[in-house]
Design a binder for this molecule. Structure first.
Ligand code: NDP
Length: 293
């Protein structure tokens, strides 16, 4: 058996097309152009690449992109003042502060300074609370993208057993909340979990968000399981070149799983598409207009 590949690029292309259509409608019917502000502190090369590609896609779908690059030694008060300015700017509907921040800055404080209605990353404690209590929230982009692919691939998820490996605030926990909302039976595993292979083998859906290359082995999986690999890990191939791999041993898993996301080309493209979708949602909510479905 060879697993079907869940093509994140194809899912993202459809979502981006919907976003672009919605942006056009907002412009034509209401004279509104959604705006996304991205704040980058310091010069982390991976973050710079993410910020560049977010800005590029934002413009491609017809929205305004505002980029703020601050030096690594920016003091907290200065960053908070910029966030406050963006919170009040009527042309800005979404605000994202690229993480990780330099060590001297308090990530929780900075994240919670963003107006929750503009918190398109969905990391604000109010949005986490709304999601946990089943109320309309800004949903973190990576788990939202995973859910869209699962729904698109599996249809109704009710009653399926989902095992989420990882419990971070940005991936694992919101993923578990979203799957609960879909009426899955959810198990969340973490670094203290015992007998992980015995837990994974019972799963209809496995979401791996661990940050360890090729961690989930093929033989852990139930035959036909749907596997979403969130991990992005760079490994040295031994000849000085680097290769991008996920948290799942794809080579072995594809012979046992029913469907699997590749790395790259799986979860990553959907994350950016969901960020732009969240920005349109924020714009619609700010103007009491119907939200995209
Ligand atoms: P974190 O490091 O914040 O969380 C990792 C989680 O994995 C923790 O909950 C940790 O448990 C758990 N874990 C670690 N070791 C084990 C183990 N041996 N067994 C079971 N669980 C374990 O990572 P993130 O959630 O931020 O990211 C996870 C991965 O996803 C990374 O590779 C990251 O690069 C990638 N990522 C990809 C995105 C995309 O767009 N594709 C977006 C965001 C992240 P504990 O809590 O006990 O420490």
């Amino acid at each position: 058996m060879t697993a079907r590949i869940i093509d994140g690029k194809a899912f993202a292309a459809v979502l981006l097309e919907n976003v672009a259509e919605h942006v056009t409608q907002l412009k034509q019917a209401h004279g509104l152009i959604p705006g996304l502000a991205v704040v980058l502190v310091g010069e982390d090369p991976a973050s710079e690449i993410y910020v560049r590609s977010k800005a590029k896609k934002t413009v491609e779908v017809g929205m305004h992109s505002y980029e703020y690059k601050l030096p690594a030694d920016t003091v907290e008060a200065e960053l908070l003042a910029l966030i406050e300015q963006l919170n009040l700017d009527p042309s800005v509907h979404g605000i994202l502060v690229q993480l990780p921040l330099p060590e001297h800055l308090d990530e929780a404080l900075v994240t919670n300074a963003i107006d929750p209605s503009r918190d398109v990353d969905g990391f604000h404690v109010s949005n986490a609370g709304l999601l946990a209590t089943g109320q309309p929230a800004m949903v973190p982009c990576t788990p939202l993208g995973c859910l869209m692919m699962l729904r698109g691939y599996c249809g109704n998820l009710a009653g399926l057993h989902a095992v989420v490996i990882g419990r971070s605030n940005i991936v694992g926990k919101p993923m578990a909340q979203l799957l609960l909302k879909e009426n899955c039976t959810v198990t969340v595993a973490h670094s203290h979990t015992r007998n992980l292979p015995d837990i994974v083998v019972a799963a209809d859906i496995v979401v791996a968000a661990v940050g360890r290359p090729l961690f989930v082995k093929g033989q852990w999986l139930k035959t036909g399981a749907t596997v979403i690999d969130v991990g992005i890990n760079r490994i040295d191939q031994g000849d000085g070149t680097m290769r991008l791999v996920g948290d799942v041993d794809y080579g072995a898993a594809k012979d046992i799983a029913g469907a699997i996301t590749p790395v790259p080309g799986g979860v990553g493209p959907m994350t950016i598409a969901c960020l732009l979708a969240n920005t349109v949602t924020a714009c619609c909510r700010a103007h009491s207009l119907p939200e995209p479905a």
